[in-house]
Design a binder for this molecule. Structure first.
Ligand SMILES: Cc1cc2nc3c(=O)[nH]c(=O)nc-3n(C[C@H](O)[C@H](O)[C@H](O)COP(=O)(O)OP(=O)(O)OC[C@H]3O[C@@H](n4cnc5c(N)ncnc54)[C@H](O)[C@@H]3O)c2cc1C
Length: 422
C-alpha cells in the first residue's frame, strides 16, 4: 500500500564491527538505535533478510498496546514485577511517540481506545477475568453491551466487551520504515542480507549472503527465526497468523462499519481484540478499509486459498451484509510463542544476546526490550534491566515428535473452543 522505497543493500567496507544486530523489526531497530546513541563512536551493522517493512513488524494489525498482554492474570495485589512491566510498556509507547514526532514519521499515529469483545459466553467470562486485573492495575475501562458495540463497529456479532485506552493505531509498515530511515549515522543497515549461520567463537561471527562479518557483540533480533540459527529450539514455537484488508469501502459500506459520521474524527478508526487467543482481530483502518487477523498454523504457512477462505468466513460472520466483497490484500506472518507466555531475554552465549518470543504483541514490547537488550550488551545495569532479567524463562517444550503433535492439537482444540470468536 505504500510507495516504493529505496532498499539499502550495500555491505559495509569493514568486516569487523562493534555490534552486529540480526533482524530489523521492532526489536532490532530499537537495539541498533540505542547502541548507536549510547556509543556514537561504535559501528553497528544491522542485517535483515528481507526489505524493511516486509516482515511481521510491517505486516501486523497495527495495535500499539501499552498494557502487558500475556501477563498472568491474578487477583493478588500488584507485585513490584507487574508494576515494572506496566511502567516499561507505558514508557515504550511514549518513546515510540517521541521518535514518530522527532522524525516526522507519517504512520497514521492515532491514539484511540481499543475494544476487547466477546461473541460467546466463554469469551465474556474471559474478558471479565481480564477486567479484574485491570481494576488491580488501575487501568481505566468502560464496559459495553451488544448495542454499544454495534454502534461503534456496525457489527451485531458481539455480546459483550470493554473499551480501554493505552492503545495507538498505526500503519505498521510506515512506522518500521520511518524507524529504519531515521537511524543514527553509525548504524549501517543492510537489507536483503540473510544471516545463514552464527559461530560463537572468541568473537561472534556471522555468515551472510554478502560474506562473513565479526563483532564484539551480536544481538539476535530475528524472533521466530532465531531457531534457524540454532538457538531456543526447545523454547519457542513458530506460529503463522494471517490477515487481510478489504478494498476501500463505499459510503454506504462505511455506514455498515459503524461510520455514522456523527462523531467527527473519533469514528474514523476502531479496533477489536478477541476474547480468545485464537479469535479474530478486526480493525477499521483510517475509516476506509476493514482489516481481519485470524487463524494460526504451526511452523508452516497454510495454502493461500485456505487462508483467504478462513479470513472471509471471519469477515462474513461479523458483517453478513457486506456480501459483495473479496479482499484486496491477504498475507501471513510469523510470531514466536512460548508455553508460558514469557519471552526470552538475555545472554545466549558469551557476546550473544537475544530477545525473542513476544507472543503476538510485539510493537511496544519489542521496542522496549530491544532498547534494553542494547543496554545489557554494553554491560549496563538498571532497575529495569534487573527486572527484565528476573522474569521467568520461557517454559521448556517437549521433544519431537511430541512438540509438533502437541502444538497442532493445541491449535485445533483452541480453535474449536474459540468457536464464534474466530
Ligand atoms: C498478521 C499479524 C498481526 C499482528 N498484529 C499485531 C498487533 O496488532 N500489535 C502487536 O503489537 N503485534 C502484532 N503482531 C505481532 C508483531 O508483529 C510481532 O510481535 C513483531 O513483529 C515482533 O517484532 P520482532 O522485531 O521481534 O520480530 P519480526 O518483526 O519478526 O522481525 C524480525 C526480522 O528479522 C529478519 N530475519 C529473520 N531471519 C533472519 C536472518 N537469518 N538474517 C537476517 N534477518 C533475519 C526478518 O526479515 C524480520 O524483519 C502481529 C503479527 C502478525 C503476523
Amino acid at each position: 500500500m505504500l510507495p516504493a522505497r529505496p532498499v539499502r543493500l550495500d555491505p559495509p567496507p569493514q568486516r569487523h564491527h562493534d555490534t552486529i544486530v540480526v533482524g530489523a523489526g521492532y526489536v532490532g531497530l530499537a537495539a541498533a538505535r540505542r547502541l548507536a546513541e549510547l556509543r556514537p563512536d561504535h559501528s553497528v551493522l544491522l542485517l535483515d533478510a528481507d526489505e524493511i517493512g516486509e516482515g511481521s513488524s510491517g505486516r501486523n494489525a497495527g495495535f500499539a498496546v501499552s498494557v502487558p498482554f500475556n501477563a498472568g492474570l491474578s487477583d493478588a495485589p500488584l507485585s513490584a514485577a507487574e508494576r515494572l512491566q506496566l511502567e516499561l510498556y507505558e514508557r515504550g509507547l511514549n518513546d515510540l511517540e517521541a521518535l514518530v514526532r522527532r522524525h516526522r514519521i507519517a504512520c497514521d499515529w492515532n491514539p484511540s481506545p481499543k475494544l476487547h469483545a466477546a461473541a460467546t459466553a466463554d469469551g465474556e467470562r474471559r474478558l471479565k477475568t481480564t477486567l479484574r486485573s485491570y481494576a488491580k492495575w488501575q487501568i481505566d475501562y468502560e464496559e459495553c453491551d451488544r448495542s454499544q458495540i454495534r454502534q461503534i463497529t456496525g457489527s451485531d456479532h458481539y455480546r459483550y466487551g470493554f473499551r480501554t485506552g493505552r492503545n495507538v493505531f498505526i500503519q505498521p509498515a510506515a512506522l518500521v520504515r520511518g524507524l529504519a530511515d531515521s537511524l543514527p549515522p553509525n548504524v549501517h543497515l543492510c537489507e536483503n542480507t540473510p544471516v545463514l549461520d552464527v559461530q560463537a567463537q572468541d568473537k561472534p561471527v556471522v555468515a551472510t549472503s554478502a560474506g562473513r562479518f565479526s563483532a564484539d557483540r551480536l544481538i539476535l533480533a530475528n524472533n521466530a527465526f532465531v531457531k534457524r540459527l540454532g538457538y531456543l529450539r526447545d523454547r519457542l514455537v513458530t506460529i503463522y497468523t494471517y490477515a487481510a484488508l478489504t478494498p476501500e469501502l463505499s459510503p454506504p459500506e462505511r455506514r455498515l462499519a459503524g461510520q455514522d459520521g456523527q462523531h467527527g474524527a473519533s469514528d474514523l478508526e476502531w479496533g477489536i481484540l478477541p476474547a480468545n487467543r485464537l479469535g479474530t482481530t478486526v480493525r477499521l483502518v483510517a475509516g476506509k478499509r476493514l482489516l481481519f487477523r485470524s487463524a494460526y498454523s504451526y511452523e508452516k504457512e497454510l495454502p493461500a486459498a485456505r487462508v483467504e477462505q478462513l479470513l472471509l468466513a471471519s469477515y462474513r460472520r461479523r458483517f453478513p451484509e457486506m456480501r459483495r466483497h473479496e479482499f484486496e490484500f491477504v498475507w501471513g506472518g510469523t510470531t514466536a510463542l512460548t508455553s508460558n507466555g514469557e519471552a526470552s531475554f538475555g545472554t545466549l552465549a558469551p557476546g550473544i544476546y537475544c530477545f525473542a518470543g513476544c507472543n503476538g504483541s510485539g510493537i511496544v514490547k519489542g521496542s522496549v526490550y530491544g532498547r534494553m537488550l542494547a543496554e545489557l550488551s554494553l554491560g549496563m545495569a538498571s532497575r529495569e534491566l534487573a527486572g527484565a532479567l528476573d522474569r521467568p524463562e520461557p517454559g521448556h517444550l517437549p521433544p519431537e515428535p511430541f512438540r509438533t503433535i502437541g502444538a497442532r492439537a493445541a491449535i485445533a482444540y483452541q480453535a474449536w473452543k474459540a468457536g464464534a470468536e474466530r
